[in-house]
Design a protein around this ligand. Sequence first.
Ligand code: FDP
Length: 326
Amino acid sequence: MRFEQTFMNFILQHQERHNRTYHFLILMDAIISAAKRIQHYYLTGALKGNLGLVGSVNVQGEEVMRMDQIAQEITIHYLGSCGRVIHAVSEETKEIIPINTEGGRYFVYFDSLDGSSNVSHGLPVGFLFGIAKRNLDGPEDGHLRAGKDYRAAGMFVIPTGTFTLALLDSGTWRFHIDEIMNFVKPIQVMLPEDTRSWELSFNEANRRAFAERVQAWIAEKERKYAFRYLGALAGDFHRILSNGGLFMYPAIVNHPNPEKNRPKGKLRLMYEAAVVAFICREAGGDAVDEAGTPILEIQPEEPHQRTALYVGSKPLVDDIAQILRG
Ligand code: FDP
């Protein structure tokens, strides 16, 4: 019989090789448990027509909880019970969520159901998370960490069953869910250098609302690369990691209805942009914002801060960054 290496075994070996404690392993066990439970909910919900659309009512006549609220409740439960998390920042909750403020060791920034427009179709959504660590050598002030201070970042594509995890200075790894719901078979992911498979991923409907210099850059590249867009960051970024190219959600500055402009971009820095930027850097890529500033360098001023995002193969990020910096 052939047994694939499990995620837990992989992470155990990683911790032992680096002479680290098991605290991180315990935290990862909690995150994996949450992801599996969300995956189960998503699959069975699709089957029963119970995916939790706003205001919908299930077959028992009860109001259905929205899938993103379910995912949030599941995640907070596991983060709380593992005893290793000081506080969390989540897309679903306005304030920072205190969890184990005395004994906790890690900060977790997450969006446990990203890409909500795909929910009603049962199409892929993401669970994105970044992990930072408290200051163990002195007083901890609990401040929000920039992406460069994350220790790990990961994303599950649900219900596809893939899990990608980047560990600080140790690469980006991809796992697949097996028949008994274990994530197995670590494969190191590096962005391909061969430009023939590269793709551009962005919402084409927004194109004319981007800054002119961004529109001109796209016009120059469009003959060279295919466009792909699923509308869920984890799924779109998963493709870019495998095929190379660039995912972007630029600032919206030229919308015909100026009220719909988003000069700061749409995506959230702490649990979307910095997560994929961290994963991308460990896979040999890079990420910048609308000013060409590296995403991982941005110090968050508030938990739900938005940013424009350009993330992917380094030559393309360098190219657009030069234009963005003017
Ligand atoms: P959604 O609004 O459906 O939750 O930040 C959320 C996100 O999805 C990303 O997952 C996705 O990449 C992007 O927004 C899609 O936005 P558009 O629908 O504007 O393209």
